[in-house]
Ligand binder design. Structure first.
Ligand SMILES: [Zn+2]
Length: 233
């Protein structure tokens, strides 16, 4: 079940249940209006409706959470299968802090993707990668091809920076090191911070390399599209 923000609801029935919702249809992958004929309440906490895509007539199940008064709960709308829309990655605010223009390029790439304009979206991603490496490397590598710029990144950037200072926190005299001496005194706030620290480290050391390997395998085995105009044997 995927959450559907209220801003995608275009119109409502008089009892405020969603009547039309705009989303990227999971069947035809186009931005489309899905329309409900009716809603059925199940118990006192949810109502369900099967909405139909105005473009391909594919159906999507919608679930609406209800308040104790049986009215529509704010931001309580979910759908299955989920919208084919790509949302911005978590942490996109850090990209915004690094560079407003880069964040806008990423936003444009997402918008093109979400209108199924695959070619334009891919070109925008290339533009984004070029902008990103120049932002990180500086002007010295500006005239190199993108592949060379990417190769230069590990030599130019201090990739160990996220790991620095973490060791100090865990030393016996460090913030967490001291707390380990008296585990009964560790409260939820400290436990949350320590858990988050471990998760960030695992993301950097284990998850990111693992997902990158998987992605490279998928790229290696993805079917290569035939060039337009080439002979089909
Ligand atoms: Zn559709």
């Amino acid at each position: 079940m995927q959450s559907v923000e209220d801003r995608y609801v275009q119109s409502r029935f008089s009892n405020t249940f969603p009547r039309t919702v705009e989303l990227t249809c999971p069947h035809c992958l186009k931005v489309a209006v899905l329309e409900a004929r009716s809603w059925q309440e199940h118990g006192h906490e949810v109502a369900a409706s099967e909405m139909t895509c105005s473009r391909c007539e594919g159906s999507v199940l919608f679930i609406q959470l209800l308040t104790p008064e049986a009215t529509v709960r704010e931001n309580g709308l979910y759908c299955y299968p989920g919208s084919a829309r790509r949302e911005a990655m978590p942490g996109v605010n850090y990209l915004q802090s690094l560079s407003g223009p880069l964040a806008r390029t990423y936003d444009s790439a997402l918008k093109l993707y979400n209108t199924a304009d695959w070619g334009a979206s891919a070109l925008m991603v290339r533009h984004l990668l070029q902008g990103l490496v120049i932002q990180l490397l500086g002007e010295t590598h500006r005239d190199q091809p993108l592949a060379r710029q990417l190769e230069a990144l590990p030599g130019e950037l201090d990739l160990s920076r996220p790991l620095q200072d973490v060791a100090q926190l865990l030393e016996p005299a460090g913030t967490f090191g001291r707390q380990f001496d008296d585990e009964a005194a560790i409260d939820k706030v400290s436990a949350d911070l320590l858990m988050e620290l471990a998760e960030q480290l695992m993301t950097y050391l284990v998850v990111m390399p693992g997902t990158m390997e998987d992605l490279k395998k998928r790229i290696a085995t993805a079917p290569v599209p035939l060039r337009r105009g080439s002979d089909v044997a």
